[in-house]
Design a protein around this ligand. Structure first.
Ligand SMILES: *Cc1c(COP(=O)(O)O)cnc(C)c1O
Length: 425
């Protein structure tokens, strides 16, 4: 795509954007009575205007039916989570039976590790990306200890080569090969939160299976950002949250994928609760856990209706927009951001912004991670004062994520103008 660094061009891109009206489905935070330039959908997506209506419906059900709301009224609570299954399955390329929405992300990661990390004295290692999100590191570390192994010996990390910021797939595969006899599990973030690098889930999974290990992914930064084919890629399990690109509110509920081939395997160890028990017999209150088939068999507790109501509102917007349309716009809008940053670098010598996210668009979602030598934090603070909401991640990265549902090409252009203003200071 040929971009131009003019306001007219940005306006033109907005005018021909088939998804431009989707911005109106969201509440954009204001600062000094102006709409902010919100680039933080990778951390907390914006509120869909419809969220309130969906919550209200459930509050009214509670008001009017109280306990009978489980079985009566529109969308009884007993089955409420199922309303989220199909649209979630579509986002990650799964069959509906392979997906369930429940709990929160790290909780679900633990539940998956209970089933898919079964270390033996020979095969006890877990391979993950260096610099994984801390919650994932803590989860893994505690699971390893729980099984009586030492994290130092059991957790293998893959790091970028010297003077590189991101991982090469060949290095990941090589590392798997190197530890092949001892690896029990490969667990990666689908996208690394810091660099924005999207990993080759299919190849990692294939290699993991070759050496007899499970492959699982934390898709917190992928779900709603990049379309996936988890079923076809044979991924064993995956987890994600709903409050980042999926716009379902802070602490929102989480999604889980368990591949069909494991969904009926009652031999897998798992932690059980009544909501995972055979639905037809759940209220007979009998002894003896019999898991439901598929991902639903991993449920523990009765569903969190209010967060799920918000999630429903949000997923409906994804359905309306079409995920492949969103990905197309995402490639275009992030490409525009990358282009304008390069223009900025070429225009002046004082500040050179380094983009550490891969250049190849198939290795990234919408987020670009920027490093500005010496004055990164100062630039970040300037942007914040001037109405940009991005985020700063220690030690030195500014993350900017243009989200195709609600960001405009003009947002990107205004960001570029602010960079230019900063240099003039
Ligand atoms: C955001 C994020 C989390 C957060 O976990 P919660 O349990 O939702 O608080 C965990 N892991 C990754 C990779 C994340 O990006």
């Amino acid at each position: 795509m040929d971009y131009q660094n003019t306001e007219n061009f940005a306006n033109h891109l907005d005018k021909i954007d088939p998804l431009r009206d989707f911005r109106n489905y969201f509440l954009i935070p204001q600062k000094n009575s102006q709409e902010t330039i919100y680039f933080c959908g990778n951390s907390l997506g914006l509120q869909p205007k419809s969220a309130k209506t969906y919550i209200d419906k459930e509050l009214e059900k509670w008001e009017n039916l109280a306990v009978e709301g489980h079985f009566k009224g529109e969308n009884p609570w007993l089955y409420y989570h199922k309303l989220l299954t199909k649209p979630s399955a579509k986002l990650v390329g799964a069959m509906p039976s392979e997906v369930v929405v429940m709990n929160n992300l790290t909780v679900n990661l633990h539940l998956m590790l209970v089933s898919f990390y079964q270390p033996t004295s020979k095969k006890f290692k877990i391979l993950m990306e260096g610099g994984a999100f801390p919650s994932d590191q803590y989860a893994i570390e505690s699971q390893v200890k729980f099984h009586g192994f030492s994290p130092e010996e059991s957790i293998i990390e893959v790091h970028p080569r010297a003077n590189e910021h991101t991982l090469r797939t060949e290095d990941i595969l090589q590392k798997i090969e190197e530890h092949k006899d001892q690896l029990a599990l490969i667990l990666f973030g689908g996208i690394n939160y810091y660099t924005g690098q999207f990993f080759d889930l299919e190849q990692i999974t294939k290699k993991s299976h070759e050496i007899g290990a499970f492959a699982g992914f934390d898709l917190a930064h992928v779900a709603g950002n990049i379309p996936l084919q988890l079923h076809d890629w044979n991924v064993d399990f995956a987890v994600w949250c709903s409050y980042k690109y999926l716009n379902s509110g802070a602490g929102g509920t989480s999604g889980v994928f368990v591949h069909e081939k494991h969904g009926r395997n009652n031999e897998l160890p798992r932690f059980a609760g009544w909501w995972g028990h055979d639905e037809k017999r759940r209220f007979l209150m009998e002894k003896g856990f019999v898991p439901m088939e598929g991902a639903e068999g991993w449920q523990l507790s009765n569903a969190q209706i209010i967060p799920m109501a918000i999630h429903r509102a949000s997923l409906e917007i994804f359905e309306k927009a079409g995920f492949s349309n969103l990905r197309q716009k995402s490639l275009k809008i992030t490409g525009f951001l990358e282009f304008l940053i390069q223009e900025f670098n070429n225009e002046q010598k004082r500040i050179q912004i380094e983009i550490i996210t891969p250049k190849n668009s198939s290795e990234r979602g919408c987020q670009l991670s920027l490093i500005v030598p010496k004055e990164g934090k100062k630039l970040f603070d300037f942007l914040t004062e001037n109405g940009v909401i991005g985020d700063w991640r220690e030690p030195d990265v500014i993350r900017i994520a243009p989200v195709p549902l609600y960001n405009s090409f003009m947002d990107i252009f205004k960001f570029y103008q602010l960079l230019q203003n900063y240099v003039k200071l």
